[in-house]
Ligand binder design. Structure first.
Ligand code: ZN
Length: 396
């Protein structure tokens, strides 16, 4: 099933206008479709195979002045059109209704997830690894939690090498990074690098210096011998961005409008630099992604008059990112897996005191692949793919 539309709503009345076709629906709502939009989206076999998203129709072959010569509502709720270029098209009412593009319809389709509350922090989405791996419905529930809250915890995964890779591969092809395909983070003072450090790590977005930062990240705790602290920290980047919007609308807008430069010069042969807004907004000003990480911030290059207000907004956002009241703290135990959306949820950890060994595995999956799996899983379960309007993520 792929239609988000109530199938009881059908085409009621149509009227050809100069610019396109005006449609009235059985629920009294109205829509407008431009000639060119309808012709360009012809559903006939000569124009392509809509079910697999393949088009053979080329826009350049459609006459610029194309118009519908006649339009009728046929049996089975079908709109039939004869075009000025001699082509004929037909569209089901359900398909048309689900693709209306008036302001309200687009607004409704712009996915905006719920931000975290105290309830989310007290009871974050938590499922059993076994059940996620055995039962497709639970697997889908995990994907939904990731989509809606940006986070999901799993317990009772076998504490060994393998399960993380297996799970990540079900969500999508594992995205290789500079650190490898599946990364092992073993706390060992003789090794260098931030991830192996035992100091606290402030909540942050991973790798904002990439044009496309990691999407869904998975951490698996395989081994731990930690006393005196060592919690993983998670925080809703959307919640703190919304807080900033309420407290300082100007500062918020400045962070959404201007680009922050991020840089990481890893070694002699890797020097990543990206410039993207700290807060990404969709066309309706819904927050759709964040890049919050001052450890890799590079010098700003924004209009001079914006500098004070930008810094004011950024300072407040970074303060909010350290607000312990907004954090989920978890001491990951062997067998625990945390999955989160890196374009939304910031992660960090408190200072560790390790007496033995701490071994965490980490892998990442690209967001587009995650969303694809969400759709396909709904199809396999014969459920409505309410995953169609998806969170877009941070720009890039
Ligand atoms: Zn056609």
């Amino acid at each position: 099933m792929s239609s988000p539309v109530d199938s009881a709503i059908h085409l009621s009345h149509i009227e050809l206008m100069n610019a396109g076709l005006s449609v009235r629906w059985s629920d009294e709502s109205a829509s407008f479709f431009h000639h060119i939009w309808l012709r360009d989206n012809c559903r006939c076999p000569a124009c392509g195979e809509p079910s697999i998203g393949r088009r053979t129709l080329k826009l350049s072959r459609i006459p610029k002045e194309i118009i519908a010569v006649s339009a009728t509502i046929d049996r089975d709720d079908t709109l039939a059109i004869n075009w000025s270029d001699g082509h004929q098209s037909s569209y089901s009412g359900t398909w048309l209704k689900s693709h209306t593009y008036d302001e309200l319809a687009r607004k409704i389709r712009a996915f905006s997830p719920p931000i975290w509350t105290e309830v989310t922090r007290q009871n974050p989405p938590t499922l059993s690894f076994e059940s996620v791996q055995q039962d497709l419905t639970t697997f889908r529930e995990m994907l939904h939690c990731l989509r809606d809250f940006g986070i999901c915890f799993l317990h009772d995964a076998p504490p060994k090498d393998g399960p993380l890779e297996e799970l990540a591969s079900r969500i999508g092809p594992i995205q290789e990074s500079n650190f490898g395909r599946v990364q092992n983070m073993v706390v060992d003072r003789t090794q260098r690098g931030i991830a192996n450090d035992v100091d606290a790590l402030k909540p942050h977005t991973d790798e904002p210096y990439r044009a496309s930062p990691p999407g869904i990240m998975l951490f698996h705790c395989i081994q731990t011998d930690v006393t005196g602290g060592g919690s993983s920290i998670f925080l809703d980047g959307f919640e703190i961005a919304e807080t900033l919007r309420a407290e300082d609308p100007e500062g918020f807008t400045s962070l959404a409008r201007h680009r922050q430069a991020f840089r990481r010069h890893f070694s002699d042969d890797v020097d990543l630099i990206a410039e993207f807004p700290v807060i990404s907004l969709d066309e309706f000003d819904n927050i759709c992604g964040v890049r919050i990480n001052d450890r890799v911030a590079a010098p700003l290059s924004i209009p001079s008059e914006e500098m004070p207000v930008y810094y004011r907004g950024l300072r407040r956002l970074l303060e909010l990112a350290e607000d312990s009241k907004r954090m989920i703290r978890r001491s990951l135990r062997p067998g625990d897996i945390a999955l989160f959306d890196n374009h939304r949820v910031l992660h960090g950890r408190t200072t560790l005191t390790v007496h033995g060994r701490r071994w965490l595995q980490w892998a990442q999956v690209e967001r587009g692949d995650f969303h694809s799996t969400l759709r396909i899983t709904a199809d396999r379960l014969q459920l409505y793919r309410d995953a169609l309007p998806l969170l877009r993520g941070a720009y890039g």
